[in-house]
Write a protein that binds this ligand. Sequence first.
Ligand code: GLA
Length: 400
Amino acid sequence: MKTLSYGRATLALMAIAIIFAADEVRAWDNGVALTPPMGWNSWNKFGCNVSEDLLKSMADGMVTRGMKDAGYQYVVIDDCWQVSRDADGNIVADAQRFPSGMKALGDYIHSKGLKFGIYSDAGEKTCAGRPGSMGHEYQDALMYAKWGVDYLKYDWCHTGKRNAEEAYSTMRDALKATGRPIVFSMCEWGTAKPWLWAKDTGNLWRTTGDITDKWSSMKKWKDGTCCELGIVNILDLQVGLDSFAGPGHWNDPDMLEVGNGGMTTTEYRTHFSLWCILAAPLIAGNDLRSMTPEIKEILTNKEVIAVNQDALGREGSRVWKDGDREIWSKQLKDGSRAVLLLNRGASEAEIIVPWEAIGYPGNVSASVHDLWAHKDLGKMSGKFGAKVESHGVVVVTVKP
Ligand code: GLA
């Protein structure tokens, strides 16, 4: 008996040792979003103007415009699909805009080899004033699972004094109880610093207020809280958050505005490159039906997407800043680095990346490859430098 109990204790200790030896230990793991989720969401371009026809045409566009082939998967309806609750408290979709019902829409999206995403809110109402999920979490989660939902974006309007950790854990448990793996996208704008506690709660969490289709902006919301943010304003708010991200749990600097008309092609290339280096979810928000060749080239650049989707799951960080010039670096699984040279200034600027800035000794010789020019630049010793256009980036991999 004694031997047996020692045996058990040893086994238990070994199990603990193995758990602590593992790279990442998560108390909760739904097995999805091991790399940053990629997809499309209706909000940035269409707001409340959603319908089954729109969503179906975007699913079609994902396939015919090369988005699916580049890795985009989730087709997500944001706010305004829901209108009321029935006598049993079940959430009711807008029958005029979604006459075939949500299950049929999910089936259509799945028939294209894509995944289906939906939106709700932890409060009484969504941000657009539709019914929220507060008090109906389990009932809503079951309904979503019945409809074949694969992704839930869960917002934070009309939550009053509700505690964010409690609210998001409740919905996490409700999703878990359905038995369906559903990506859980937390959208509480970074208010309660979710990066500090949400690793075991959500697969991704917004870190800031809403993105707006501008290079720079800091407009307060009507209630005086923060903000509608331009991409460089969002970027600055990501500094210091990189250590909190990893496979299954990502910082979310909000969805992409690429192709929505408010920025130049250069700025959109910068926006996309930065989101890739940040290991951010890549959720496109443009009209896929009228995408120009330049925008398609940005959204489907497989070399830059590979940096975002790298299996190591590291978020890149800012390793150098001098005024408007910055260097961002992301470690990749094969030990190489993706390096982004950013020029925030109004005129062209030269940026030099010494190997020490990206974690290599200066005497190392490394192959440099340009991910926008799709060109090997050759072996370099000690550093790489480039002239970077105003509001532009140069993105390379550096491989010793
Ligand atoms: C909030 C979110 C947005 C969007 C809208 C919908 O502002 O942060 O991303 O979902 O609500 O009303």
